[in-house]
Ligand binder design. Sequence first.
Ligand code: SF4
Ligand code: SF4
Length: 308
Amino acid sequence: MKQVVVLSGKGGTGKTSLVAAFAHLAAANHVPDAPSASQIRLVLVDADVDASNLELVLQPRQLEAHDFVAGELAVVDPELCSGCGVCETVCRFDAISIPSAPGPAYARVDEFACEGCAACLYACPQQAIHMQPQLVGQWFRSVTPYGPLFHAALRPGAENSGKLVTLVKQMARFLALDNSYPLVLVDGPPGIGCPAISAAAGADMVLIVTEPSVAGLHDFERAWGVAHHFGIPVAAVINKADICPQGTQQIERFCHEKKIPLLGIIPFDVAVTHAMSSGRPVTAVGGPAARAMCTVWDAFLQRLGNLE
Ligand code: SF4
Ligand code: SF4
């Protein structure tokens, strides 16, 4: 079983469109020269837990929903609190305070600022504080027309997105191993922070989707830097390549310099936007971008080698 993570460094490069197209092509076995003569069964993961949108294109049917509990939050018992203010002085995050409003003076916790360090719990002379696990999101197992999908939703402002990414990836991996799926395809989060690193961890390949803009090249370099740092093989795709031929040439030069296999270039195509807004992979709609994605899929399978 192989695991491939699609990253972009920045949002809006077309990463999710490509993952949706790959899912469609795998199910349709669209490419005549693909290594396998049969469909390629895959498990999909949307690792963009802060703003998942693969489900908007693949229209999954949800089978399971699970709470995701991570980190702790300080909770004050107003009956025990004397309003002494010791907790306020020890909190390094300005997350607990005694409001000056009329009424009983007891400490209040700002749940968005509390880091769960428990310093206030140990400092409180009245034992008025306890720590409570936080429900920060949910993860889901769903089914799409192209295979199972694991995805998640983090609550606004919640932390621990890296842990949630790791969790959905693990669940996908277990399902793939138990049911002999040869490929886990992960739609990674944008950026190069903790969630993107969690998504890339343990991957057999990172496929970077970039675009010919100043930010596109800059973030492509950064995403490549992360994968390279962890020793993960990288391949690249240039999307909307014709909107700036000069930028495309710069990316090609960078790929050449760093020996990054370029699996293909995809032209700008308004059909991609139409397909996304109608909730379909662009390869189910057709057009120049869809044809280019078929070629990229072929090159991707060649690069990936034997899928068992
Ligand atoms: S330290 Fe304890 S008793 Fe004092 S204000 Fe904070 S919660 Fe209340
Ligand atoms: S747990 Fe830490 S961050 Fe939260 S209120 Fe207490 S001292 Fe502040």
